[in-house]
Design a protein around this ligand. Structure first.
Ligand code: NI
Length: 259
């Protein structure tokens, strides 16, 4: 399949200048409807929960509590047909436009924000979740499968924040049972909201500060987040992310028990 979406040189330059980019279309409308069905099935069947691939990002993930921000890691493992989509072809092409022909592209995760109860995803840098011993040259592609607006949790970015180091983070509210991280002491004045039509996309770098609000609307907010990047390179400065060392999530217990 040939890609049907390409960035202009101005869009590529905007990404590198600002650390993010929003485009109104990365996949065709008929594929959005198809992918929404796949997406809903994966959450309904709670695929991957036993091995820690499905969990509540913003809660303590007790089995009897309704998830306020359910997430699935590596959804294409559970629905390989996702790899055959136009979205994958287009996203892989755009990643290479942004990072060069050597860039790899692949699966990521799905974050579901249920209507009315979906929790906010606090301000953070993605790199704060990862191995502090590596330097990343990567980006995330965030694709809503319905309209995304401020009221249902569209993406927000701080322009230029991709040039920051990784700032201090902690588990949300300081509760080490919660998987999601929040940044401490970041300046988010000047943040920009990026509402999108269904099948549009935002791109952001591993250090770009970003946020999505709670879902106060009557419609569920589904987002599929894909990933791209160049190989990470080892750091030699002994960087550490102590907020990850103290985490005690139910997800990790399930993952360890089924390893
Ligand atoms: Ni993130």
């Amino acid at each position: 399949m040939e890609p049907t979406v390409s960035l202009t040189p101005e869009q590529v330059a905007f990404y590198h200048e600002n650390g993010y980019l929003a485009i109104p279309r990365l996949m065709p409308d008929d594929e959005v409807a198809w992918m929404r069905d796949v997406y809903d099935r994966l959450f309904r069947e709670r695929v991957g929960r036993d091995v820690g691939d499905q969990f509540d990002l913003a809660g303590t993930d007790d089995d009897d509590a309704p998830a306020v921000l359910p997430q699935i890691l590596g959804p294409a493992k559970y629905a390989p047909e996702l790899r055959e989509s136009r979205l994958w072809v287009n996203a892989a092409h755009v990643v290479r436009q942004l990072l060069g022909p050597e860039a790899h592209f692949g699966d990521g995760h799905m974050i579901f924000k249920p209507a009315r109860i979906g929790a906010e995803t606090p301000w953070h840098q993605d790199e704060a979740y990862w191995d502090p011993g590596l330097d990343y040259r990567s980006l995330s592609i965030w694709v809503p499968l319905q309209e995304a607006k401020v009221e249902n949790g569209c993406m927000w970015f701080v322009p230029g924040s991709q040039r920051l180091e990784v700032l201090p983070h902690r588990s949300v509210g300081g509760d080490v049972r919660i998987h999601a991280l929040e940044v401490l002491g970041a300046d988010t004045d000047g943040a920009v909201a990026c509402p999108l039509p269904p099948g549009g996309a935002t791109f952001h770098g591993s250090r770009t500060l970003h946020y999505t609000g709670p879902n106060r609307s009557e419609i569920d907010r589904r987002a599929y987040i894909l990933s791209g990047g160049l190989p990470a390179v080892p750091r030699t400065d002994g960087r550490s992310f102590p907020w990850n060392d103290v985490k005690q999530t139910a997800r990790q217990v399930r993952a360890d028990a089924n390893r």
